[in-house]
Design a protein around this ligand. Structure first.
Ligand code: PGA
Length: 245
C-alpha cells in the first residue's frame, strides 16, 4: 500500500513566530487524522522551532531544499545532515521555482536526491511542464526527461510530485483527468525504470493550486496519492480541510 501524503510548501513566507503559530493551530486541527502523512515545509530558519512544536503530534517536518555536498565552503547552503539533525523527515527537491527561478538543472537535482537518501531523508522530487511545453504536446517528453535524469542511479524509493508549472500559484488547477493522465504516465515510467513493485509503492502527489474545493476530485483518481500544497497551506484551516478532504 502506498502512503497518502499531504505536504504544505510554505515557500518564502512566515517569520519564525508566525510559522510556530501556524503549526500550533494546524496540529490541533489534524490531531485525529490517521493513515495520512501530514507534512509541513517551512523556511529553513523556522525548522528547529517547528520541530520542537510538533513533537508528539502527527505532523511531520520537511525542508524546501538542501545542498548535495556534506559540508564545507558553500556559502548560503544547508546540507542534508544538518536537516536530519533538526528532525527533518522530508525534503522537497527540484521544485519548479528552483528549476526556473534559481536555475537548478536535472543533474544538480539528481545529486540532491542521492544526498538526501544517503542522509535518510525522504525526497519529494518535483517534476512538471511549462505551459508552452504542454501546448506543444511535449508534456510526456519533458516529464520523462526530468524523471530519468533526476532518478539516474537512484536505487531507493522517492516521493514524486507532479506540478504543472502553469498551475502553480496561478489559481489554475489541472483537471483531475489531466493530472491523472500524467500520474499514470509517471507510474508506467517507474515500471520501466524499476519494476512493478516500485511503481505501485511510489506515492505520486499532485501540486498546483490545490485548495479545499478541488482536492476531492483529484484524490478520487487512482494514481493521485496526495498533494503538495503551496498557497492554501499558509492557512491552518484551509490546509486541514485539504488533509481531511
Ligand atoms: P500552489 O503551489 O499550491 O500555491 O499553486 C504549489 C507548489 O508550488 O508546491
Amino acid at each position: 500500500m502506498r502512503r497518502v501524503i499531504i505536504a504544505g510548501n510554505w515557500k518564502m513566507n512566515k517569520t519564525v513566530s508566525d510559522a510556530v503559530s501556524l503549526v500550533k493551530e494546524l496540529k490541533e486541527l489534524v490531531k485525529d487524522v490517521k493513515d495520512i502523512e501530514v507534512v509541513v515545509c517551512p523556511p529553513f530558519i523556522a525548522l528547529n522551532n517547528i520541530a520542537e512544536e510538533i513533537k508528539g503530534s502527527n505532523v511531520k517536518l520537511g525542508a524546501q531544499n538542501a545542498y548535495f555536498e556534506k559540508e564545507g565552503a558553500f556559502t548560503g547552503e544547508v546540507s542534508c545532515s544538518m536537516l536530519k539533525d533538526v528532525d527533518v523527515d522530508y525534503v522537497i527537491i527540484g521544485h519548479s521555482e528552483r528549476r526556473h527561478v534559481l536555475g537548478e538543472t536535472d543533474d544538480v537535482i539528481n545529486k540532491k536526491i542521492k544526498a538526501a537518501l544517503d542522509a535518510k531523508l525522504k525526497p519529494i522530487f518535483c517534476v512538471g511542464e511549462l505551459l508552452e511545453e504542454r501546448e506543444a504536446n511535449k508534456t510526456n517528453e519533458v516529464i520523462e526527461k526530468q524523471i530519468k535524469e533526476g532518478l539516474k542511479d537512484v536505487k531507493d524509493n522517492v516521493v514524486i510530485a507532479y506540478e504543472p508549472v502553469w498551475a502553480i500559484g496561478t489559481g489554475k488547477t489541472a483537471t483531475p483527468e489531466q493530472a491523472e493522465e500524467v500520474h499514470l504516465f509517471i507510474r508506467d515510467l517507474l515500471k520501466k525504470i524499476y519494476d512493478d513493485r516500485v511503481a505501485e509503492e511510489t506515492s505520486i502527489l499532485y501540486g498546483g493550486s490545490v485548495k479545499p474545493s478541488n482536492i476531492q476530485g483529484l484524490m478520487d483518481k487512482a494514481n493521485i496519492d496526495g498533494a503538495l500544497v503551496g498557497g492554501a497551506s499558509l492557512k491552518a484551516k484551509d490546509f486541514s480541510d485539504i488533509v481531511k478532504w
